[in-house]
Design a protein around this ligand. Structure first.
Ligand SMILES: Cc1cn([C@H]2C[C@H](O)[C@@H](COP(=O)(O)OP(=O)(O)O[C@H]3O[C@@H](C)C(=O)[C@@H](O)[C@H]3O)O2)c(=O)[nH]c1=O
Length: 196
């Protein structure tokens, strides 16, 4: 991970660049007290001050019961492509983003980040990436904001275990719990739907 620039902290929220351009690790400030904690999990003004202007229009919440549940790798195509802001409120995941921007010097490369209730990190994934995760704890709940509405006709994916991408999935994913849809996505080399 790149060292955060001195102005990376806005309103108590830490924004860190990851090695693939556009991906950000965001750690909002938590105010703990005897009752528990308070946290602004997203603040449009704080984000704008950090140079990030995105209109999130839908909030999603998923529960995965079993360790080793894999969801992904997903993306929606234009005009329904989505930026995503992902976090975990219960349990732990390895979150993965794969660069599908054909013109990008990092096309086909990926980043893996652990997100958990404990580390309170969020991963911001811009349009142009496929996204997926594996759960590392039972009953893991993932919440994420997206900047475009769900459109089943624009729902696309990439094989989670494509050897050309080479994601180092943990042992938990060896007997991955997958949806039928996620067993059938093409490999990167056969993918026709990529981003410019
Ligand atoms: C994603 C989505 C699904 N659904 C419905 C469709 C389906 O009946 C049911 C389950 O959908 P899925 O199997 O696609 O859910 P899931 O596999 O959890 O899909 C999600 O995976 C992660 C990795 C992402 O990045 C998300 O953008 C999304 O694609 O929920 C919606 O109504 N709205 C939505 O935004």
């Amino acid at each position: 991970m790149k060292k955060p620039s001195p102005d990376a902290r806005q309103g108590g929220c830490l924004f860190e660049d990851l090695e693939l351009p556009g991906l950000k690790l965001v750690t909002p400030r938590k105010f703990g007290d005897e009752r528990g904690f308070f946290c602004e999990t997203h603040n449009e003004k704080t984000w704008a001050n950090a140079g990030l202007n995105f209109d999130f229009v839908q909030d999603n919440h998923s529960l995965s019961r079993d360790v080793g549940t894999v969801r992904g790798l997903h993306f929606q195509t234009a005009p329904f492509a989505q930026d995503k802001l992902v976090r975990v409120i219960s349990g732990r995941i390895l979150d993965v983003a794969v660069d599908l921007r054909r013109s990008s010097p990092t096309f086909g490369r990926h980043v893996v980040v652990e997100l958990s209730k404990e580390n309170w990190r969020q991963l911001f994934i811009p349009i142009g990436f496929a996204h997926g995760f594996v759960t590392l704890e039972p009953d893991t709940e993932v919440i994420y904001k997206v900047t475009n509405f769900y459109s089943p006709q624009h729902d696309c994916g990439l094989a989670w275990d494509d050897p050309d991408i080479g994601i180092a999935w943990p042992a938990a994913a060896e007997s991955a719990v997958l949806s039928d849809k996620d067993r059938k996505w093409p490999r990167l080399r056969d993918l026709t739907e990529v981003f410019a």
